[in-house]
Each structure stands twice: as structure tokens, then as C-alpha cells.
Design a protein. Structure first.
Ligand code: UT7
Length: 333
């Protein structure tokens, strides 16, 4: 009997822009202060992609180029590139198409995935399914957002949270007991009203009026989203752990979406994972939406060992949420 093919993560790439937007600088832009931001969110600074004509693909390209350099994969052998983002360069074509051509992945097909902060998890599960089908051997999944393009820097309740960045992984088939082991993905469209961008889509296309009314920015009812996030992200992480018989002792790493340190702490406490095993970079990058989870893998890659059990978990606009159990497939190189 042939063994089950799983999708192993065989490399990680990442990119964050150089410009650092500190809490101190935000204090000059809106009525806020470092103490409030740190105590309510855990964020100290975030990165911003500056310059004209710089779309999210700029960060996706840099991340994938780093992945190619690190893994030595021939770009022509990449079958598929998925880009999870809500800040694509344009409504169409997909930013994944732009990345594929820029990195020389001339034999790949490519498309974007829109699932807000859960985008990377949706992309990882989708990419893994292509590998598990047996038809595709090399899939790149990118998660990234240029949130600064859709943030209102006069709104103190959203501008302090978000930042820009992108990370990516390479998926390849393995017959070993490793890779993407299980996933639970959920969505609930009734959450639309709490977190969305009102204009610029087909329902309310851009006009003078939509610009005048500042409708092209993230609208968030923070405390309502917080309540849904805290419950659902913690629950789904616990569910995927329990159904794979993982206890707190057998989970080496919790990899939580970085929206708010208080949500991360609640998820860690529900799963029973101690602080030192919770990946965290919110203090340096803020909430990069689809970028948070691959950027965590990028930051912590050197600490990960073959066989480590990782629980990835996210919650975001839609609402969308989910958790994925990954068994790490390689030792630090
Ligand atoms: O990434 C995917 C989904 N997003 C999330 O998961 C985000 C979830 N939500 C949150 O992280 C939090 O709700 C926020 C960080 C956005 C806000 O924190 P909060 O503790 O929920 O604050 P709040 O909105 O309930 O506001 C509490 C107070 C208000 O003042 P009053 O009405 O009590 O006088 C706000 O006006 O804090 C005030 N406030 C601020 N004060 C200083 C709101 N933003 C700020 C600020 N600086 N930046």
C-alpha cells in the first residue's frame, strides 16, 4: 500500500520594510501614548512600506526571493504560488501573478486568497491539498499585507495596531510523518459589520463622495472583534490539538496570529502552552494581517527542530478563523 503524501514545509522566507513607525511617532499623529498601546496591545513598533508605486507584491517578491536563495529551489520548478492578502496591488490581476513573474516562476500558476488575518492559514491548507493530490510538487504560499495603504492615520483605534510585512513557505511532498497534519478552518459572514472596508469594492465603488467620507480605510469595532477573536481563536486551537491527541507537553510551539497580545495570551492559556513556547513578534511588527504567521516562522526558524509539533491559529475579518497542526520537517540549517 502506498504511503500517504503530506505537504512538508521545507523552507521559509520573509521581508519587512526598513521604516520603523514607533509608538512615540504615533503620539505625534493621534491622541495616544506608548503606555496605552503597550498595555492594551503589546505593540511597540511596526514597519511601513514607504515610496511611490510600492504594492504588497514588493514585499512578496523579496520574501520569495529569499526563500529561493535559502532553499536553492529552481523557480522554474515551482508549480503554484498562492498569495494571501487583502491589500493586493490592484483589484486585479492577482499580486501572486506579479510575484510569480518577478521571481522567474514561469511554469507556475498563481492566484490570491482573501481571508483577512486568517489568509495564510487558508492558503497553507489550500497549498497542502494541491501537494497531497499528488499532482503538484512545489507550492509557495505567501502571506502579506501592506496595511498602511488602507489605514486611517487619524483613527487612533486602528492606526496603532497595523503594520506591513510578508512571509512565505515552500511546500513539498513527503512520505514521512511530518508536514501539514490537520486543519480546521471556519468563516461567518455575519461578522462583516464589525471589520471591513466600506468602499472600493463592487458594492460601493470609489467616488469623490466615498473619498470625502473616508470610506477607503479599515473600519473596526475593536472591542466586539476582540470578544469574537478571544473565544474563537482559543477554541479552534484547542480543538485541533485535542483531536490530534496533543497535550500541552507535546506542543512545542503555539504560532498565533499577532493582533493583540491579550488575545495571544488567552489562546496560550486555553491550550495550556507556556509563554516561552508561544511565538511572538507583535512588539516589533504589530498586526501585519496575513503576514503575521509566516513572519513568526521566519523569525523562529532557527529554533525549530524536526518533529516539533506546532499549532498555528488565527482570527480575522469575515469573520474567518482557524487552526492548523504542523509537524516541523527539518532541523536548523
Ligand atoms: O486582526 C484581526 C482582528 N482584529 C483584532 O483581533 C483586534 C481586536 N481588538 C483589539 O485588539 C482591541 O479592541 C483594540 C486594541 C483595537 C482596542 O482596545 P480596547 O481595549 O478594546 O479599547 P476600546 O476600543 O474598548 O476603547 C477603550 C478606551 C476608549 O475610551 P473611553 O471611551 O473608555 O473613554 C477609547 O476611546 O480607550 C480609548 N482608546 C485609546 N486611548 C488611547 C482607543 N484607542 C486608543 C488609543 N490610545 N490608541
Amino acid at each position: 500500500m502506498s504511503k500517504k503524501i503530506r505537504a512538508a514545509i521545507t523552507g521559509v522566507g520573509g521581508y519587512v520594510p526598513d521604516y520603523v513607525l514607533t509608538n512615540k511617532e504615533l503620539e505625534k499623529m493621534v491622541e495616544t501614548n506608548d503606555e496605552w498601546i503597550v498595555s492594551r496591545t503589546g505593540i511597540k513598533e511596526r514597519r511601513i512600506l514607504k515610496g511611490d508605486n510600492q504594492g504588497v507584491s514588493v514585499m512578496g517578491i523579496a520574501a520569495v526571493k529569499e526563500l529561493i536563495a535559502k532553499t536553492g529551489v529552481d523557480p522554474k520548478e515551482i508549480d503554484l504560488i498562492l498569495f494571501a492578502t487583502v491589500t493586493a496591488d490592484m483589484t486585479f490581476p492577482a499580486s501572486a501573478n506579479i510575484v510569480a513573474t518577478a521571481v522567474g516562476a514561469t511554469n507556475a500558476f498563481s492566484y490570491d486568497i482573501s481571508a483577512a488575518c486568517s489568509g495564510f492559514l487558508y492558503g497553507l491548507a489550500t497549498g497542502a491539498s494541491f501537494i497531497e493530490s499528488g499532482r503538484y510538487k512545489k507550492v509557495v504560499v505567501i502571506g502579506g499585507d501592506k496595511m498602511s495603504a488602507i489605514i486611517d492615520y487619524t483613527d487612533r483605534s486602528t492606526c496603532i495596531i497595523f503594520g506591513d510585512g510578508a512571509g512565505c513557505v515552500l511546500l513539498e511532498p513527503t512520505e514521512e510523518d511530518a508536514g501539514v497534519m490537520d486543519s480546521i478552518l471556519r468563516s461567518d459572514g455575519s461578522g462583516e459589520g464589525y471589520l471591513h472596508m466600506k468602499a472600493g469594492g463592487s458594492r460601493l465603488p470609489a467616488s469623490h463622495d466615498t473619498v470625502d467620507k473616508r470610506l477607503h480605510y479599515v473600519y473596526q469595532e475593536g472591542s466586539a472583534v476582540f470578544k469574537f477573536a478571544v473565544t474563537n481563536m482559543a477554541e479552534v486551537a484547542a480543538q485541533v490539538a485535542e483531536r490530534n491527541h496533543l497535550t500541552a507537553d507535546s506542543i512545542q510551539w503555539l504560532v498565533p496570529h499577532q493582533a493583540n497580545k491579550r488575545i495571544i495570551d488567552a489562546t496560550a492559556s486555553r491550550v495550556g502552552v507556556k509563554d516561552e513556547r508561544v511565538m511572538m513578534n507583535i512588539e516589533r511588527y504589530g498586526n501585519t494581517t496575513s503576514g503575521t504567521i509566516p513572519l513568526l516562522l521566519w523569525d523562529y526558524e532557527k529554533k525549530l527542530k524536526k518533529g516539533d509539533n506546532l499549532i498555528l491559529a488565527a482570527f480575522g475579518g469575515g469573520f474567518t478563523w482557524g487552526a492548523i497542526y504542523v509537524k516541523w520537517a527539518y532541523n536548523p540549517k
